[in-house]
Write a protein that binds this ligand. Structure first.
Ligand SMILES: C[S@@+](CC[C@H](N)C(=O)[O-])C[C@H]1O[C@@H](n2cnc3c(N)ncnc32)[C@H](O)[C@@H]1O
Length: 247
């Protein structure tokens, strides 16, 4: 098994055309102002949006492989952009931020409520008095969690990788007690499923649990958004996007 977060080229090939979260991020960043802190920044897929707004940007991630690509893509000689190796559960920076965000489901990599609380408390400590915190994750979907464990399902559309037409096929094993979903990816290249397996895990957080975690960490939910088009969250929403401030 290969940790997917040691494979930045594959990650970027898959997510190259992912645009749907960008407009919402820009609109909230404009309200918040800089400086900006992104937790789980990855290969810097969202970094340029913040740079283009003229804000200082700091990105934190645990993957050295991803950070190295992020630094190559963005001009980190410029004092306004930096990528730091760190863990979103426990980081201490010398400054506070007007905008902190955890995009694209990365919060789901915190596999226990304790880890989630540690992360949210660290966010609280780094937010300015009037700062905004944005957190976006998908809503757990039982139709996906309880699929046949022995079958592979398409997880992405088609993309180009190493000169071939590829897509990701996935299988998963969900533990309803820990609420952790263990996911295995395999690359389908020119319609052939390759042997190599990539893995990662995500904890499923339900909206009522997010209410408790955010509240207990001292953050006040100002808005709940249910989709990247900005529509409000309701019981059918596929996404949970929280706009928070310090209580
Ligand atoms: C789905 S990717 C998102 C990357 C980027 N934000 C994006 O939108 O493309 C999740 C990222 O979370 C990072 N990650 C996982 N656990 C982490 C932790 N405890 N602290 C910081 N980063 C973490 C991974 O290394 C990976 O880069």
């Amino acid at each position: 098994m290969v940790d997917i977060y040691t494979q930045p080229e594959l990650y970027d090939a898959i997510h190259n055309k992912y645009e749907w979260d960008k407009n919402l991020l820009i609109s909230i960043a404009k309200i918040a102002d800089g400086p900006v802190l992104e937790l789980a920044a990855g290969t810097g897929r969202l970094t340029q949006l913040i740079i283009d707004l003229g804000y200082e940007y700091t990105g934190i991630d645990t993957s050295q492989e991803f950070l190295s690509i992020a630094r190559k893509k963005h001009n980190t000689y410029d004092d306004k952009v930096q990528f730091l190796h760190g863990d979103m559960r426990d980081f201490k920076l010398a400054k506070k931020f007007n905008f902190v965000f955890i995009g694209f489901n990365s919060f789901l990599h915190l596999l226990t409520n304790e880890d989630a609380m540690k992360c949210l408390q660290s966010v609280y400590d780094h937010l300015t008095k009037d700062g905004i915190f944005l957190l976006s994750v998908f809503t757990p979907d039982p139709n996906v969690l309880y699929r046949d464990k022995n079958q592979y399902f398409p997880a992405t559309g088609f993309f180009q990788y190493n000169g071939s037409k590829c897509r990701i096929m996935e299988t998963n094993h969900y533990d309803q007690y820990t609420q952790v979903n263990r996911i295995t990816w395999r690359l389908e290249q020119n319609r052939k499923l390759l042997r190599e397996k990539y893995n990662f895990s995500m904890k499923m957080y339900y909206p009522h649990e997010m209410d408790i975690l955010l509240g207990e960490s001292g953050l006040l939910i100002k808005e709940k958004i249910g989709n990247y088009d900005g529509s409000p969250m309701n019981e059918e929403s596929g996404f949970q996007i929280y706009v928070c401030a310090r209580a």
